[in-house]
Design a protein around this ligand. Structure first.
Ligand SMILES: Cc1ncc(COP(=O)(O)O)c(C=O)c1O
Length: 378
């Protein structure tokens, strides 16, 4: 790979990182290596490729690029899905150890933590991370602290610098799920976190056509530990998926700029509608997370959550009435998606029944607004 340091601006780095070494006739893009094994030698040397569950050259450009964007010089590790990356981070908790996890974390994350607790693999302390003193009190004796900001789908903005510092002081490993912010809007490792997790399925890959997870750390020993576990657990990404995610990353800056601009505009328009009882978007000056987001993020993201004054039925009717916007779960793609989150039984009860999450894509803002307006009118 090129020795390009991410000392260019992020909009440039997403384009230039993870390219093959430059020489006359060399390929501009990394190759997709479709192999399960590598030719061996009688006397294996350290660093030799052996088997494609251990290492695959198709993962490395993506792993290098995302690490640099997060401010780490240690290559990231890619996984078969965001949940595989989440599970890898939880595997750092020793058997019977204590994990502090917000009850309003992404439903897969809190679901996994509860399952591990029920099986006796760890002791789960659930917290409301917007109550900062109680949350910090729960860090006492914890092995791992999980943070996600903004949260999915409540869009609560957590005080990351304060929470990370408090958890580190108490000796916990701090994991931050940075999926909603992307490496272009927030860098938790730079704020002192030990581990960053991404569902690259979302904004990084950006086209709703691939599942992939990424774990980034700054500590080389911690990476070795995680690499050993990934090799044995086997939740590796396919070479084509890694290639697609890197291809998606190339346009992350322009996609996110556009989607974020549209989200900011739509959030203001939505906040004037009497059909809605609440609009959650950290970019709104009235949002409880606005000031914090302004301090720790370099943009407010492309996710909006709206709550309907008419309750669950009104929310359902809205989603069903959308014509351009697709009713679907997931987020971070070029197309705008809407979902009433509580339709999923696994969604935390803290999420209101009437809440619809909007993942804003890159369509023209006026076409999106026209669709939202006609659906609100129903
Ligand atoms: C914040 C967050 N983390 C993790 C995940 C899990 O990612 P994946 O669906 O790629 O397994 C998701 C999926 O929606 C998510 O929103």
């Amino acid at each position: 790979m090129t020795e390009h340091a991410a000392n260019t601006r992020p909009a440039t780095s997403v384009v230039s990182l993870g390219r093959p070494e430059r020489s006359t006739g060399s390929s501009l893009n990394p190759a997709i290596s479709l192999t399960s094994t590598y030719v061996g030698s009688a006397v294996p040397q350290s660093g030799d490729r052996v088997y494609a569950r251990f290492s695959n050259e198709s993962w490395e450009p993506l792993e290098e690029a995302v690490a640099r964007l997060e401010g780490s010089l240690v290559p990231a590790l890619s996984y078969a899905s965001g949940m595989a990356a989440v599970a890898a981070a939880f595997s750092l908790v020793p058997i019977g150890g204590v994990a502090v996890v917000p009850g309003t974390s992404y439903n897969g994350t809190i679901g996994l933590a509860r399952q591990l607790h029920a099986e006796g693999a760890l002791v789960l302390r659930e917290v409301d991370p917007t109550h900062i003193d109680e949350t910090i009190a729960a860090f006492e004796g914890a092995d791992l602290v999980w943070l996600e900001s903004p949260t999915n789908p409540l869009l609560d903005v957590l005080d990351l610098p304060t929470l990370i510092a408090a958890a580190k002081q108490r000796g916990a490993t701090v994991v931050v799920d940075n999926t909603f912010s992307t490496p272009l809007r927030q860098n938790p490792l730079v704020l002192g976190a030990d581990v960053v997790v991404h569902s690259a399925t979302k904004f990084i890959a950006g086209h709703s056509d691939v599942l992939l997870g990424i774990v980034v750390v700054t500590d080389a020993e911690l990476r070795e530990r995680l690499l050993g576990k990934r090799t044995l657990h086997g939740a590796i990404p396919g070479p084509f998926e890694a290639w697609l995610a890197l291809r998606g990353l190339r346009t992350l800056a322009v996609r996110l700029d556009r989607a974020e601009q549209t989200a900011a505009d739509l959030a203001v328009r939505l906040s004037k509608r009497t059909e809605l009882s609440r609009v959650r978007y950290p970019g709104l000056a009235t949002d409880p997370g606005h000031a914090l987001a302004g301090e720790q993020m370099s943009g407010f993201g492309a996710m909006i959550s709206i709550e309907f004054a008419g309750g669950e039925a009104a929310a359902e009717r809205f989603v069903e009435s959308l014509a351009l916007i697709t009713p679907a779960t997931s987020l971070g793609g070029v197309e705008t998606l809407a979902e009433r989150r509580r339709r999923q039984p696994s969604e935390p009860v803290e999420v209101p029944e009437s809440l619809v999450r909007l993942s804003i894509g890159i369509e023209h803002v006026e076409d999106l607004w026209a669709d939202i307006e006609q659906a609100l009118a129903r």
